[in-house]
Ligand binder design. Structure first.
Ligand SMILES: [Zn+2]
Length: 279
């Protein structure tokens, strides 16, 4: 409880903003085969199309890559960087989360950092693997590590039971900024069938892309109305299977722009958050 009270919740955004967070996951090593079975191997072909579309729409998609990604598909990551999109850390192997053993987290954070820097990326924040209902609350060791490595923000909180109002940026006690991902991710939407379905979208069948787009648009409408930050967690490897014609990004972005919600990456959103008290 004391922990919760000391957090500084940043409720009043200067302006409503929307981030489409793109986690590059498909090829992550230990689950390579399992993942390919589930999602297919479309990610490598999908990302270049996504880049072309994003450039055309002038949308600052925010990519998160693993250290293993630098080993497995360096040219793709270089292409993303060359196109001017933010690429930040999604740790190294995807086997470890930010609520695991400290020693393993330490190794993952540093290895990913070295590899990403080796291709010219300058990781400024961490997009957590797994995502956690209460972010990294209570993990002062991890909060300290990230600050000590020069990361000023982390995006690790994901909680379907909380409203967008409850999923606004906040600071951990040491000043590290948390940028939660609100609403459903594409992963939970299409794959986590054990999650309770939102009644308004329950049509008695499998969740569809159309319903997912409407879900993100509805959250965007709320962000516009109440001046909120909305970050949505997406996976190009998964969109390749469920949105092969690339409908999601343009429809969500056009909706956002109509309502005056600015598309932004998490770096821009972090910069727009008030600074930590006392520096
Ligand atoms: Zn991931």
């Amino acid at each position: 409880m004391a922990e919760r009270k000391r957090q500084v919740v940043i409720r009043a955004a200067r302006r409503p903003m929307l981030c489409l967070r793109m986690d590059l996951d498909t090829l992550f090593t230990p689950y390579f085969n399992k993942w390919l079975e589930r999602f297919g191997d479309g990610e490598l072909h999908y990302v270049p199309r996504l880049l072309d579309q994003a450039r055309e729409l002038e949308v600052p998609l925010h990519f998160f890559a693993q250290g293993m990604g630098v080993i497995q598909y360096p040219d793709l990551l270089r292409r993303i960087l060359a196109a001017g999109f933010a690429v930040d850390s999604h740790l190294h192997t995807h086997r470890i989360t930010l609520i695991d053993d400290y020693g393993l987290i330490f190794e993952e954070v540093l290895t990913a950092e070295h590899l990403l820097k080796s291709i010219g990326a300058a990781p400024a924040g961490i997009g957590a693997t797994g995502m956690y209902p209460e972010g990294i609350d209570g993990r002062e060791d991890v909060q300290r590590l990230l600050m000590a490595r020069g990361y000023h923000w982390v995006s690790s909180r994901f909680n379907l039971k909380r409203t967008l109002h409850e999923m606004q940026p906040y600071r951990y006690p040491n000043g590290l900024l948390e940028l939660p991902c609100a609403g459903w991710s594409d992963f939970t939407w299409f794959y986590a069938s054990d999650q309770p379905t939102l009644p308004e979208y329950d049509v008695g069948g499998s969740p569809t892309l159309e319903q997912f787009i409407r879900h993100v648009q509805d959250l965007t409408t709320l962000a516009a109305r109440d001046g909120l930050i909305l970050a949505v967690c997406l996976h190009p490897g998964l969109l390749a299977a469920h949105d092969p014609e690339l409908h999601c990004v343009p429809r969500v972005i056009q909706h956002a722009r109509r309502l005056g919600v600015e598309p932004a990456d998490l770096r821009t959103i972090a910069a727009a958050c008030p600074p930590a008290r006392g520096g």
